[in-house]
Ligand binder design. Structure first.
Ligand code: GLU
Length: 493
């Protein structure tokens, strides 16, 4: 089998888009799986819209997500290949497989409007298709404005190709009009450049979004005009909003950076994007990049649109966080603050670093409920507020099942305070020992566990939902725990 070669051909006209990231990922997985290579090609022929900052953002983004491209070819720019395209354009003109068209946009607009009125599709009327050569030359010499159109071979039957995802795709040749392949010899357009490049770079597989499927027959005709051999095409399903409309900026964030800034891990994003239009035959949902490479295949790519489900992304991110060791979790979070932190987060970072042990213990208590790194600041707040001035509504002492309220809280809190004050000095202060002691004392006094432990948790955390009581006692230590309980008593007075 000949070498597998794919390409990443983004247009640097915007930030690294989540849809582009999915396409790059599928190309990367396919190339890696088949020991092939991926060519990085910047489709920057649109000079007015292409910008260097976008190119940088795309290249950085690909690497941030743990992907790469072939180093030997480096980053190829279409803008530097004008001479190559020009040579091929001239060849098509000479062979009369393309022609100059002098129809003005105004003329064509009139025809377009007319077609619209008559409710039929507009097609270029082929005015200049077989024009007199001398007339064409005169107009060119006079510097009249023109474009170069591809001459659809009208004796060619319908265009049929086998898509690696969609199976047989067939397009009526009659539906295609003589499309524009260049504005002039120095300004070739996408459907032309892509064919020259895919051939020059020996691309074996063109894996791209389904939005390009209507371009494929045109490109096939250009391949044929040059007698180039065809690559295999694979069109990936569209990415849709929850309401099944095409993924739009209005309904979702669309740049990869937005998701990273929001506290999604690169691994989780990759995992999520891989499942946006592909799955394995089993139930597995959490994959490392290595596993994806091992398991990826084009024949399991879905045909139907892939719904962008942000809840699923959160779940996957949460799973990745759960899997992570505490040191790594801390490292990622500090890094996150450095890159994307709000003023509040930046301010607290110093405290995290000053007492790293406390920070790690606090993180350990909130890790499993964290879905995004951006939630951590709020989850950790309870550990970093001053004990004496902790503020919360005393209504949260109410718990129907535990039979507690702000009225019963003083009794529970004083009871707990007493146990803590008299905590045996020879006993190590940890959740396990605290548990044994509390259960024993509560039983002796004839209380129910919840009647004491629930209000105690509220007093320690100032929150309705928080980590467990005994873990909170352990992490705060005797002094701070006492201060918080005293504050609790004060608040329910
Ligand atoms: N530059 C095109 C895009 O960003 C590439 C399409 C293709 O893969 O042929 O959509």
């Amino acid at each position: 089998m000949s070498e597998i070669i794919v390409r990443y051909p983004p247009s640097p006209t915007g930030l690294f888009h989540i849809g582009t990231a999915r396409t790059v990922l599928y190309n990367f997985l396919f190339a890696q799986k088949n020991n092939g290579k991926a060519i990085m090609r910047m489709e920057d022929t649109d000079k007015t819209r292409s910008e260097e900052k976008y190119e940088k953002n795309i290249l950085d983004g690909i690497q941030k997500l743990g992907m790469s491209w072939d180093e030997t070819t480096g980053v190829i720019h279409q803008s530097e290949r004008t001479e190559i395209y020009k040579k091929y354009l001239q060849q098509l003109l000479t062979e009369k497989k393309a022609y100059y068209c002098f129809s003005t946009p105004e003329e064509l607009n009139v025809l377009r409007e007319q077609a619209q009125k008559e409710k039929r599709a507009f097609r270029y009327p082929e005015t200049w298709r077989d024009a007199d050569e001398k007339l064409v030359q005169e107009k060119l010499d006079a510097g009249e404005k023109s474009v170069i159109r591809f001459k659809i071979p009208r004796d060619r039957g319908d265009i049929i190709f086998t898509d690696a995802v969609r199976g047989e795709v067939s397009i009526h040749q009659k539906e295609l009009d003589d499309f524009v392949i260049a504005k002039n010899l120095e300004t070739p357009l996408y459907n032309f450049c892509v064919v020259i490049d895919d051939n020059d770079m020996n691309v074996s597989h063109v894996i791209r979004g389904e939005d390009h499927i209507s371009n494929t027959p045109k490109q096939i005709l250009v391949f044929e005009a040059f007698k180039f051999s065809l690559p295999t095409f694979a069109h990936l399903p569209l990415i849709l909003n929850q309401d099944k409309s095409k993924l739009s900026k209005r309904k979702n964030k669309v740049s990869v950076d937005d998701y990273l800034a929001d506290g999604f891990l690169p691994e989780a994003l990759v995992n999520f994007l891989a499942l946006l239009g592909w799955n394995t035959s089993d139930e597995q949902e959490i994959f490392t990049m290595e596993e994806l490479i091992e398991k990826f295949s084009l024949d399991r790519v879905h045909k139907g649109g892939a719904i962008f489900d942000i809840e699923k992304l959160k779940w996957i991110n949460g799973e990745w966080i759960k899997k992570m060791g505490i040191e790594e979790f801390s490292h990622r979070y500090l890094q996150h603050i450095q890159q994307f932190g709000t003023d509040e987060e930046q301010k607290r970072k110093g405290e995290y670093e000053k007492n790293n042990e406390f920070f790690l213990s606090a993180l350990a208590l909130i890790k499993d409920r964290t879905k995004k790194l951006s939630e951590i600041h709020e989850y950790l707040s309870l550990f970093y507020t001053t004990d004496e001035t902790l503020e919360y509504s005393s209504d949260i002492y109410f718990h129907k099942k535990m039979k507690t309220s702000k009225e019963t809280a003083p009794e529970s809190l004083t009871f707990a305070l007493d146990i803590i004050k008299n905590y045996p000095s020879e006993l190590e202060w940890n959740a396990e020992n605290l548990k044994i002691l509390f259960i024993e004392k509560i039983k002796e006094a004839g209380y129910k566990n919840g009647f004491i432990l629930f209000p105690l948790r509220v007093a320690l955390s100032g929150e309705e939902f928080s980590p467990g009581t005994l873990e909170l006692l352990e992490i705060f230590g005797k002094e701070r725990s006492m201060k918080r309980i005293e504050r609790g008593v004060e608040l329910v007075k």
